[in-house]
Design a binder for this molecule. Structure first.
Ligand SMILES: [Zn+2]
Length: 410
């Protein structure tokens, strides 16, 4: 089965300007790209899609996904913790919502249930339910557990042996990335972002076990000490890092070929914009968000100048920051971090593809055909990606999740 996209401008995922051309998909992959004046003979394709001058771009990658944080643009949950059945329904819905909004890949930053994302990733992979390619995680691990006591459970406990047991459990369960909470969280407990929840020995053990089991590590870390611990463990991706100092920026930049960074600004901007009803107190969250945005508006450009791979992904899933609005992060990168639209698009596509460790995020021959057809030019204005109605076709692995015909009929 071959599909030809013609009459399109191609944004290929790199920060190069879009160019007119056509793209041929054969099976799951991108078989051929022809830039004008070259063409591809329509007679060679089973299906020909006229893009009407729109933009063909790679599907986007959410680098800080929380599919089990229930809220989406389709349904808001005011309770954060849901009963297990409802959680499964919400996660399944959120996977589809992300795909509906142009995200064909997602890297999990932690789940609210154990096993749920592994089941979901398998169901998506098997074609049983629609969703992005998913690197699944489990409960976010902080060493003392929510209760602050050592229960002996693999999710709690102190010391290198406890964390080795946890990593072995994750590997057995089919987890792709383990989320370690190294710093506290000011938005939940003011001042705790300065806390350090793990020891050197624990993080070294985590890193050794992750390498032995082929697991990625994702870390919630704010301060220079927390970031140093994350890098000591060989973390694949660091989130937040708001209080990074000059020496930390140097240390991160020195690992730029093996490390990714996602500030997670979506939740901060949404917290600042939120106007909750009087009985919901978001004052701590808003204060933390304002401080973080002020810090990150200097940090992100500094790391970008050093060649760091910085990704979109903004803790979507809260009622005030629901899943489905994930493309807002691109506009935030432009507005707050000085990105050009092309750079923001590359962060959302080719750089995200590198995080996934899959041939995705680029329109490139041999890459998986995860493609979006956009009514308009996102390289001029990334905000149009926030309107799912402007995404006139969504293809994942060569199959349409949303076909252009559906759009025309609407
Ligand atoms: Zn998060």
């Amino acid at each position: 089965m071959t599909t030809l996209f013609t009459n399109i401008r191609i944004f290929d995922g790199t920060p190069n300007p879009a160019r007119a051309g056509s793209v041929l998909v054969d099976g799951e992959t991108i078989a051929r790209i022809a830039y004008a004046p070259d063409t591809i003979d329509p007679a060679t394709a089973d299906v020909v899609i006229d893009g009407h001058g729109g933009t063909l771009m790679p599907g986007m990658v959410e680098a800080h996904a929380h599919l089990t944080w229930g809220s989406s643009v389709e349904k808001i949950y005011h309770a954060f913790i849901l009963p297990p059945d409802e959680l499964e329904v919400a996660a399944t819905r959120n996977a589809r919502v992300l795909l509906d909004h142009g995200f064909t890949s997602a890297y999990s930053a932690g789940a609210l249930g154990d096993g749920i994302e592994v089941r979901l990733a398998q169901a998506i992979e098997a074609g049983l339910t629609p969703g992005p390619r998913l690197i699944p995680s489990t409960l976010e691990r902080s060493p003392e557990g929510a209760e602050g006591v050592d229960t002996g459970d693999v999710f709690n406990g102190r010391g290198p042996d406890a964390i080795r047991a946890f990593m072995a459990y994750c590997a057995k369960e089919g987890i792709g990335s383990v989320k370690l909470v190294i710093s506290g969280e000011d938005a939940l407990k003011p001042g705790s972002a300065q806390d350090i929840l793990y020891t050197d020995a624990e993080m070294v053990a985590a890193g050794e076990a992750a390498r032995a089991h082929g697991l990625f590590i994702a870390t919630h870390c704010y301060t220079p000490r927390a970031i140093a611990l994350a890098m000591e463990a060989g973390a694949r991706i660091l989130y937040h890092c708001s209080y990074a100092d000059a020496a930390t920026i140097d240390a991160m930049a020195a690992k730029k070929d093996e490390l990714f960074y996602a500030p997670g600004c979506g939740v901060s901007v949404a917290a600042l914009e939120a106007s909750p009803p009087p009985h919901i107190d978001m004052s701590a969250m808003k204060a933390s968000a304002a401080e973080r945005m002020a810090l990150e508006s200097k940090l992100v450009p500094a790391l970008k100048a050093r060649g760091m791979r910085i990704l979109i992904g903004g803790d979507y899933g809260f009622p005030f920051n629901p899943n489905g609005r994930n493309a807002r992060d691109l506009a935030h990168f432009v507005q707050y971090f000085g990105y050009t639209p092309l750079e923001a698009l590359a962060a959302a596509t080719s750089l995200g593809g590198e995080l996934m460790g899959l041939p995705v995020g680029q329109i490139r021959e041999g890459y998986l055909a995860d493609l979006l057809l956009i009514d308009g030019d996102p390289t001029a204005d990334v905000a149009i990606l926030q309107d799912a109605g402007r995404i006139t076709a969504i293809m994942k692995g060569g199959a349409f999740h949303k076909s252009p015909a559906e759009t025309r009929a609407a």
